[in-house]
Design a protein around this ligand. Structure first.
Ligand SMILES: Nc1nc2c(ncn2[C@@H]2O[C@H](COP(=O)(O)OP(=O)(O)OP(=O)(O)O)[C@@H](O)[C@H]2O)c(=O)[nH]1
Length: 711
């Protein structure tokens, strides 16, 4: 039996008169509600009205809701009920900065989920780092209700209320894993394209992911308010992608998320072009005697008040507060302690039904228990688990050490918590002779690493030292065994390389560089300095603007994770843009790689070792030997700073000794006495070196400054 929801109970004629008298008592409080958003007012109404009504109505209500929760149970913790609404879950996908978060703002405003402000707030960019940098790094799910209007046969307008679940996704390639996970929870996707820029690398990448999942795509040409917008070009590009723009199902919508132009049509199109999930039509609730629940865990995070929170998409059945649920991945059993949706902030609903997206808090003790891609089902129920996600593959590795070596325990805890919020990060313990205990971290790109460092500092107050980024190199042994080398420590020694026929490969990317025409020569030079291989050059004709050039290059990933971006910006006066993608089937190329290592008077400095192309080893060795020399304090003996490649010294610097003038005060006199003093001094220094009395120590602050490439 379908249980009547609280709003429908309040609307029922039998209780309306009692409700009205309760309302008259609450007149002063109602004026407060008028200043609230419709959603807040609705929630506040329930909170205010229900306590007054519950005593007089409890018998009526409890009769109507015979087997469901009582009114008393529903308030005030359960102010929301979307039970009778047909759900639609969709994602907004696009290239970076094409306007996803701005469109999300407008949709939330139009549906009354947030108050209209006219300002560009990007409310779904909740993290401090997102607001500071103006980019989305974490997908966000939010629910809203929308009254869809249809003309009736008699000329009147009919209204049907839908529950729309929106998932806003990041646009930068480093966060593509967030997009693919979010899309798995959706029924359709809005493919947003900045009409002034046209289809870009991440538009295509996200389009492919959505297509592979069989999701209906709704193309949206955004920023049509800009004079540079070129709708015709976008339509041609969409056709080239294989989207039939004349087909009513794929007809693109022209909007301006900034001004709100055409955004109402987006809401209509979501309802019209996304088919209802079977079993959820007209808010019909599947009743399978509490069986058949399949909830896909597609995100999770750690909340310092609530503990582990999992974001789920209910693919079948329903999950209720108090349910006993089981993880298909681990077989562990949990109790649902609280469950709800973001509306737009977290609100308890007590239940999530098929087609809904929301959060679940259960008694997970260890943060790692909320496995992304896991299927949750009811205890004592046999189900087929949903297809999970392929684990993400890190593209950049770097080591993180606490600035104060004693802080490692705190740092590790913070890293693990943040890694739970961002499941594409890999964490492994490591130790360095120079820096003590630390963690080797794997990221999806350099921006990802930078964001991680900012979040660690802002959200957990942990300042870290990040070593040089390394890309994952591929090593194939003669027996065919392939391994990935993510740290210079694991690089094969020269003896190994000489004796065994090893194949060493490095990852490559396809880069697209755009800049005004006058910087073409400079940019080509930069790419060739970074071992780039030219693929294509295109000049675009832009009316009223400078001619732009587009350069396509194949570049080793290792070249772009170091100083490529700062050089790109400075040599193009900030005008050049660069983006890259991993080319399918061309992820690695064989390369002449070597390990560059350093010694201070014979003592290895492991934290400085790096893997690089042989052609760069000597130049880098000289640069780093010089930098090292500048931070080594002078000793009473000479200190040799050496850079090695394969046992051969490729660069050397000398830190000269303190020159104590042992002959001071010996005015005139016998020259032999002076010579003897100098000889004794020389022997003393030699003895110190031999006995290791004079071990060179670098002050930790100088060493940290030297190693920390990001500072
Ligand atoms: N003129 C104009 N500007 C827009 C429009 N939509 C978005 N913008 C601007 O474009 C910039 C990027 O918008 P966002 O909504 O942050 O873009 P995004 O796609 O969410 O960005 P990421 O999440 O970082 O990928 C902001 O400065 C917006 O104000 C539009 O319709 N017209």
């Amino acid at each position: 039996m379908v249980k009547p929801s609280v709003p429908s109970l309040i609307r029922s004629p039998t209780i309306r008169s009692q409700q009205q008298s309760a309302w008259s008592l609450l007149a002063p409080l109602r004026s407060t509600c008028c200043r609230l958003t419709p959603a807040q007012a609705q929630a506040a109404q329930y909170r205010l009205v229900l306590p007054c009504l519950s005593r007089s109505l409890s018998s009526t209500a409890n009769r109507a809701v015979s087997s469901g929760p009582t009114l008393a149970e529903l308030q005030p913790a359960n102010p929301l009920s979307f039970d009778s609404l047909e759900p639609r879950t969709f994602s907004i996908i696009a290239h970076v900065d094409h306007g996803k978060s701005t469109l999300a703002d407008r949709l939330l405003e139009l549906t009354g989920t947030i108050p209209k402000s006219g300002a560009n707030r990007q409310v779904l960019d909740r993290l401090k780092v997102e607001r500071e940098r103006g980019i989305t790094v974490k997908s966000q799910a939010v629910s809203m209700t929308y009254d869809y209007e249809t003309p009736n046969a008699d000329g009147s307008v009919g209204k049907k209320r839908y529950l729309l679940n929106l998932i806003d996704t990041p646009g930068h390639v480093d966060f593509a894993y967030e997009v693919s996970r979010s899309l798995a929870a959706c029924q359709s996707a809005l493919l947003v394209i900045d009409a002034s820029q046209g289809i870009q690398a991440q538009t295509i990448a996200n389009f492919r992911v959505a297509k592979a999942l069989g999701l209906p795509l709704l193309p949206i040409l955004n920023k049509v308010d800009l004079p540079a917008s070129d709708v015709d070009r976008c339509l041609v590009q969409l056709e080239e992608l294989g989207i039939d723009t004349a087909d009513p199902v794929h007809r693109p919508l022209m909007i301006s998320a900034k001004t709100g132009l055409g955004v109402e049509d987006v809401l209509k199109a979501i309802v019209e072009r996304t088919a209802a999930m079977p079993g959820t039509e007209d808010g019909k609730v599947e009743d399978r005697d509490g069986k058949g629940l399949r909830a896909l865990v597609f995100d999770s995070w750690y909340d310092s008040f609530k503990g582990v929170v999992a974001l789920v998409s209910i693919k079948d059945g329903a999950m209720k507060k108090g349910n006993s649920i089981v993880s298909a991945h681990s077989g562990k059993k949990y109790e649902v302690l609280d469950i709800g949706v973001n509306y737009p902030d977290a609100k308890s609903t007590g239940i999530l039904r098929k087609g809904q997206v929301g959060w679940v808090i259960c008694n997970m003790k260890d943060m790692r228990e909320a496995t992304i891609g896991d299927t949750m089902h009811l205890a004592n129920d046999k189900i087929e688990p949903l297809e999970g996600f392929r684990p993400s593959v890190p593209m950049v590795y770097a080591s993180a050490y606490p600035v104060e070596t004693t802080d490692f325990v705190k740092l590790e805890e913070a890293i693990n918590r943040l890694a739970l919020n961002d499941r594409s990060i890999t964490v492994q313990r490591e130790s360095s002779m120079a820096l003590g205990q630390g963690c080797r971290l794997g990221f999806l790109g350099t921006l990802h690493a930078e964001i991680f460092r900012s979040r660690l500092s802002e959200e957990y107050g942990q300042e870290i030292l990040v070593t040089a980024p390394t890309v994952p190199y591929r090593l194939t042994r003669p027996n065919g065994k392939v391994s990935i080398i993510s740290s210079p420590i694991d690089f094969p020694s020269d003896g190994d390389r000489a004796n065994k026929a090893l194949l060493l490969e490095e990852p490559v990317v396809h880069g697209r560089l755009t800049c005004p025409e006058e910087y073409t020569g400079e940019m080509m030079q930069l790419c060739s300095e970074h071992r780039g291989e030219e693929l294509d050059v295109n000049f675009s004709e832009m009316t009223g603007q400078k001619r732009q050039v587009e350069l396509k290059y194949r570049l080793p990933m290792a070249e772009i994770v170091t100083d490529f971006f700062p050089k790109l910006k400075s040599r193009s006066s900030g005008y050049a843009g660069f983006e890259y993608e991993i080319a399918e089937g061309e992820e690695y190329q064989s390369s002449d790689l070597v390990k560059l290592s350093f010694q201070l008077s014979g003592t290895p400095i492991d934290a400085l070792s790096m893997i690089l192309h042989r052609s760069k080893a000597t130049a880098e060795g000289r640069i780093w030997a010089k930098k090292l020399k500048d931070v080594v304090p002078r000793q009473y003996f000479e200190v040799a700073v050496q850079a090695f490649v394969g046992g051969k010294v490729v660069a050397r610097e000398t830190v000269s000794a303190y020159r104590k003038d042992v002959t001071a005060g010996m005015y005139g006199g016998d020259q032999r006495r002076k010579d003897k003093k100098l000889k004794n001094q020389k022997e003393g220094r030699k003895r110190m070196r031999e006995l290791n009395v004079g071990r060179v120590s670098i002050p930790s602050e100088s060493f940290i400054k030297l190693l920390d490439r990001s500072s």
